[in-house]
Design a protein around this ligand. Structure first.
Ligand code: SPQ
Length: 448
């Protein structure tokens, strides 16, 4: 490691120290990024409940998919060790998940817990207990427990069955039409997975379109879905035969986002990020950065097993403030922490609103980004549902904390690259949830 980047281990925790040279640095190079986290979870889950073998190329080897794999192994699916880019899953067949002998531990992963709940609640005559780490045990589960209860599910937990640990007595469920108050792929996917096991047609309508990886993959595995794009509604017909598939996981645009912003804000930078998933339900980050006048181009656009993919080239340019709101929010929800870093470097005042969901992620991402970037000299005012960021003030190195949130850890690392002195990011090991190679890639790209 160069003297610009140092890692200090304290027990299980890591401090990442970033000390940019006085003359500044730039980032240059061509990189690959890890597999898409959302698609990785879904490929493991659908592989586990399908008949026969599923092969997965490019699975994210991060902590969150490891939690999903461990849960489904303990319910009978055979999943090869997550130590290579090529994984095989021998599925148990729809309805055949076994009752696990112990707790199902979703770790830090909201996707694992919420999607899995739809499957567990609909496996009759079996009992399950699900839990997670400190962060996940404080995240709201009522958003999936309530619709599942409307289908007839029996679920118990703390605070009116809204917090994990949750106990589930599986039932034969009845189909419903659920109008979700929030645009959430986890809510939508949970209900669709419960609908898989339920006789008849189960429909979910959401106020704006959330990521549609579940819909795409369910159809590829043989489920019968009807999608109405005008009303943001999806209907699943229960009890299909699901057959194992070959899945190729594209690179995660949420991980690419750190490099898109780094390349855009650090003078002299030019980066090519290969094989990035550009599913339109995920490309809000590209639209937001375009509004900010970032210099980003898409190259070699193609379709890989049903998902659009491209190489992304980014070059430094002076960014301008913009407003990010409305239906764009669900299409860039996980990129708002790193967009806040972009806004700190933009001319003018950027407004982010309609993003109250960020308060119930792995951390309260609005409060944490505002407090941590302000401690480095940024001018950010927290709004109830967003942030108001006045750009153009130089950042100074400081001690900051990830609050054990992977996206915060990596966003603060990118902010540290433009600070005028050394920054220490406490609990930076959180990055391994979605991007284990983040620091190594950063190291590879630095030119000074
Ligand atoms: O899985 P988890 O912990 O909820 O992860 C996050 C993330 O930042 O990686 C959110 F904290 O991503 C969610 C995302 O915010 C992953 C996801 C999915 O795969 O379905 C959907 C989004 O959440 P939601 O609540 O909007 O459905």
């Amino acid at each position: 490691m160069s003297s610009i980047i140092t890692i200090k281990s304290i027990g299980n925790q890591q401090d990442l120290v970033i000390n940019p040279p006085s003359g500044g640095l730039s980032l240059q190079g061509t990189i690959k990024i890890p597999g898409d986290k959302s698609i990785s979870h879904r490929s493991l889950m659908l592989g586990a409940i399908a008949q026969g073998e599923t092969t997965i190329e490019g699975l994210l080897l991060g902590e969150d998919p490891r939690s999903t794999a461990a849960c489904f192994r303990s319910m009978g699916a055979q999943i090869s060790p997550l130590n290579s880019q090529s994984i095989t899953v021998q599925g148990v067949g729809l309805g055949n998940l076994q009752e696990p002998l112990d707790l199902l531990d979703a770790g830090n992963s909201g996707t694992t817990m919420r999607l899995m709940l739809g499957l567990l609640a609909s496996h009759s005559n079996r009992f399950f207990c699900v839990t997670g780490d400190n962060s996940l045990r404080s995240r709201p589960m009522s958003r999936v427990v309530q619709p599942l209860q409307q289908m007839g599910a029996k679920i118990w937990g703390r605070q009116q069955n809204s917090l994990a640990p949750l106990a589930i007595q599986g039932q034969n469920l009845k189909p419903i039409h659920y109008h979700s108050p929030i645009a959430s792929a986890q809510v939508k996917s949970c209900i669709l997975l419960a609908g898989l096991m339920t006789e008849g047609k189960t429909t979910v309508t959401e106020p704006a379109l959330s990521r549609d990886h579940s819909e795409r993959m369910l159809q590829a595995f043989g489920a019968n879905l009807a999608i109405d794009p005008e009303t943001h509604s999806v209907t699943i017909t229960g009890k299909p035969t699901l057959i194992g598939q070959k899945v190729v996981v594209p690179g995660d645009i949420s991980s690419a986002a750190f490099w898109l912003v780094a390349g855009a804000i650090i003078p002299g930078s030019e980066l090519v990020i290969e094989n990035v998933g550009i599913n339109p339900t995920r490309t809000g980050i590209l639209e937001a950065l375009k509004m900010m006048e970032a210099n980003i181009s898409l190259e070699n656009e193609r379709i890989v097993t049903g998902e659009p993919v491209a190489n992304l080239r980014v070059k430094f340019s002076q960014l301008k403030a913009c407003t990010i709101e409305g239906a764009l929010i669900p299409r860039l929800i996980d990129e708002i922490p790193i967009l806040a870093v972009a806004a700190v470097c933009a001319q003018g005042t950027t407004i982010i609103k309609d993003a109250a969901e960020l308060r119930v992620k792995e951390s309260d991402r609005l409060a944490v980004m505002a407090s941590q970037l302000n401690s480095m000299g940024a001018k950010i005012t927290e709004l109830p549902d967003g942030l108001e960021i006045t750009g153009g003030t130089p950042l100074t190195g400081h001690e900051v904390d990830s609050y054990t949130d992977h996206r915060i850890a990596m966003s603060l690392a990118i902010a540290s690259l433009i600070a005028q002195s050394s920054t220490t990011i406490h609990r930076s090991e959180a990055a391994a949830i979605s991007y284990p190679e983040f620091v190594a890639t950063l190291q590879q790209l630095i030119v000074n």
